[in-house]
Design a protein around this ligand. Structure first.
Ligand SMILES: [Zn+2]
Ligand SMILES: [Zn+2]
Length: 415
């Protein structure tokens, strides 16, 4: 690991310059102002991350090959493998949801695991190759959702119990292990270690003053590779990505996307998300119908999970992001306490964002399992498409938001 004698970090949230002299093995460095993790020094990072990644890949290969959940439905036996779910959605003409499933649950996580293995292996990769891999890894990481799918499967069990007897096979446990090893690998893997192997993280010509903000010293942080750059650099020399002093123009994107998601949120709730066909007569149910049904059936915890994930989280997310935009742009007198609260809110929005996908996965699992020739069947309805779009748009909206804007006007007080 390349550690400069004067190793500095610029906090990605509050823009504070901090000196990092050797972070001990197994320790991490935290920003004193906003408590963001600045650097991690995991013990045997490469070996452990690649081992977990290899185990995870083995598990997903097993999990894809065989039936992982089955259901006994009015005399019929119906089982699906992980790969059957997108296939059934595709046949039902929901290729959009099918594609989301394939990419978010399988393709992106598997590609990221392969990248971890390649970057942590002893292979001699050129620095350009390493850079490309790291950029892809960072982009995909936002959209990997195997753990959310697994939670969705567990929630759908409760829904499925009303249709028939459910059974899980050994393959289901293999999928659980895939998710566990995947999380382990991504937590241990620290991209900054690989970035520092490519080039140093500090491109500032003058000596940095710690405890002051980067902007006051004409410095900025590369949002892609976290390098410290002089403010006039248009491109980062390390990752070759465009770099701005602040993503102020991106706030307009955030606001535009929030308005869009608010509009799409209406059809997502008005239209049904599932159609149940029993002996030829079909009935469509919306998200709220599902919650009410669960509540009345006595499955209160599941009703609450679905209500929180599908109704509360999207609305809270839209309100929170609007509030963050307002705070970043319009509030003139900010104190540290408020900024810290806003930072926590932003972290929460970033974290819970993708969990709204649970309902989409529940619908996918239920629809692929409950099929019994002419007698009974559950099919996705158009509301699913709208709802998935709302989740994706709000996720992009929160990624466009630049958290450094929260702290910007507190500058004067620090100086
Ligand atoms: Zn900070
Ligand atoms: Zn960079």
């Amino acid at each position: 690991m390349v550690f400069d004698k004067q190793h500095y970090a610029l906090c990605s949230h509050c823009d504070l310059v901090i000196e990092l002299t050797n972070v001990g093995m197994g320790h991490k460095a935290i920003c004193p102002r906003c408590h963001t993790t600045l650097a991690k020094n995991n013990i045997q990072m490469k070996l452990r991350a690649s081992m977990y990644a290899i185990c995870s890949l083995i598990m997903i290969i097993i999990a894809c090959g065989f039936i992982f959940i089955d259901i006994r439905l009015v005399g019929n036996f119906n089982g699906v493998s992980v790969l059957d779910i997108p296939q059934i959605l595709y046949v039902d003409k929901y290729s959009y949801i099918s594609a989301l499933f394939i990419f978010f649950v399988l393709v992106f996580p598997v590609l990221n695991l392969l990248i971890i293995i390649l970057l942590c292996s002893k292979l001699t990769l050129t620095k350009y190759r390493k850079r490309d891999f790291l950029i892809v890894y960072e982009k995909f990481q936002h959209w990997c959702m195997p753990e959310i799918f697994l939670t969705g499967v567990l929630v759908s069990f409760v829904k499925l119990m009303s249709y028939g007897n459910i059974g899980v096979t050994g393959t289901f446990w293999a999928f659980c292990l895939f998710v566990f090893f995947y999380i382990k690998a991504t937590v241990i893997f620290t991209p900054e270690t690989i970035w520092n192997e490519i080039l140093t993280n500090n491109f500032a010509s003058n000596t940095l003053k710690t405890g002051k903000t980067g902007i006051s010293q004409h410095l900025k942080l590369c949002t892609c590779c976290q390098a410290i750059l002089p403010a006039h650099y248009a491109k980062c020399p390390r990752c070759k990505q465009k770099s701005e002093l602040r993503g102020r123009s991106k706030i307009q994107w955030t606001i535009a996307l929030l308005v869009t998601s608010l509009i799409i949120y209406i059809p997502a709730n008005v239209f049904g998300i599932m159609i149940t066909v029993v002996f030829g007569s079909s009935s469509s149910s919306t998200i709220m119908d599902g919650v009410i049904y669960m509540w009345q059936a006595g499955d209160i915890p599941v009703a609450l999970v679905i209500f929180t994930a599908s109704v509360v989280i999207p609305i809270l997310k839209i309100i929170s992001l609007s509030w963050l935009c307002y705070f970043a742009l319009a509030v003139k007198h900010k104190n540290k306490h408020d900024c810290l609260k806003m930072k926590k809110l932003y972290n929460a929005v970033e974290f819970i964002g993708k969990w709204s996908m649970i309902d989409i996965f529940v619908v996918s699992v239920v629809c692929s399992l409950v099929r019994s020739q002419q007698m009974m069947g559950v099919y996705p309805d158009i509301g699913v498409t709208f709802f998935a779009t709302v989740v994706i748009i709000t996720m992009i909206a929160s990624q466009k938001f630049d958290p450094r804007l929260i702290w910007d006007h507190t500058d004067k007080k620090i100086k």
